[in-house]
Design a protein around this ligand. Structure first.
Ligand SMILES: NS(=O)(=O)c1ccc2oc(NC(=O)c3ccccc3)nc2c1
Ligand SMILES: [Zn+2]
Length: 260
């Protein structure tokens, strides 16, 4: 019969180290966060998010997640405070999810995973000229991680999930100004540690700030992520985009600090 060679070869996290040796480095992400082993650091101030005039540009299915990109040509949307020495500019946010139930987050808390995890990716535009340069520097990026738990409908997430059918295949569409501040939980208590990008190139350039309180989204809203495809429209095989999360990596002596 017709032997289909899928164009999009899904590379499993367990073999990433062949092309990216840093996958076995000393500050890889995600990790399992063990709350009572985290160090409460009273010198850790609150995280401050100034996303006021955010200008979201487009929403893209890049083949391994769905990404909302922002205009980062100035300091209009920044995160600062907490463990950060400078303000970091918002570049994009994206999600990780599973095919069902409560698996899908990248970070886990005392071995428990959530249904999904939102990552707000920021870069240090004070010290570096471009995102690309910051992405290879040890203090170049700051990613805010927010867990998603299933329950009632999230009143603002529908702005994103309603746009997903337009990026079912690997394409991009514009989305008018969406302020990700509406995706934050009520408490900004966080854990923080030094880590990496969780997908290739896995650069060890991320100061992770993971919020303790999850946001609640409905199964229906999550389901819309699961109907996304890794494959493009032209490809015969329909490979659903799910389980795009990397499992927890060894702590290798790192300390997790908590603001709590
Ligand atoms: N899961 S993660 O660790 O948050 C993570 C993992 C891999 C990533 O690659 C990029 N690149 C850009 O955003 C980018 C945006 C525009 C131009 C160049 C790069 N952000 C990432 C975040
Ligand atoms: Zn991510």
């Amino acid at each position: 019969g017709h032997h289909f060679i899928p164009f999009c070869i899904i590379i499993s996290p367990s073999v990433w180290h062949k092309n990216y040796p840093v996958a076995q480095g000393n500050r890889q992400s995600p990790i399992d966060i063990v709350p009572h082993q985290a160090l409460h650091d009273p010198s850790l101030g609150p995280v401050v998010l100034n996303y006021d005039q955010c200008t979201s540009m487009n929403i893209t299915n890049n083949g391994h997640s769905v990404v909302v990109q922002f205009d980062d040509s100035d300091d209009r949307s920044v995160i600062q405070g907490g463990p950060l020495d400078n303000p970091y500019r918002l570049k994009q946010f994206h999600f990780h999810w599973g095919e069902k139930g409560c698996h899908g987050s990248e970070h886990t808390v005392a071995g428990n995973s959530y249904a999904s995890e939102l990552h707000l990716v920021h870069w240090n535009a004070v010290k570096y000229k471009t995102f690309g340069e910051a992405a290879t520097a040890p203090d170049g990026l700051a990613v805010l991680g927010i867990f998603l738990e299933t329950g009632d409908d999230h009143r603002w997430l529908h702005v994103i999930t309603d746009a997903l059918y337009m990026v079912k295949f690997k394409v991009s569409t514009t989305v008018n100004c969406f302020n990700p501040k509406c995706l934050l939980p009520s408490s900004l208590h966080y854990w923080t540690y030094l880590g990496s990008l969780t997908t290739p190139p896995l650069h060890e350039s991320v100061i992770w700030i993971v919020l303790r309180e999850p946001i609640i989204v409905s199964e229906k809203q999550l389901g819309k992520f699961r109907m996304l495809l890794f494959t493009g429209e032209e490809e015969d095989q329909r490979i659903r985009m799910e389980n795009n999360f990397r499992p927890p990596q060894p702590l290798k002596g790192r300390k997790v600090r908590s603001s709590i």
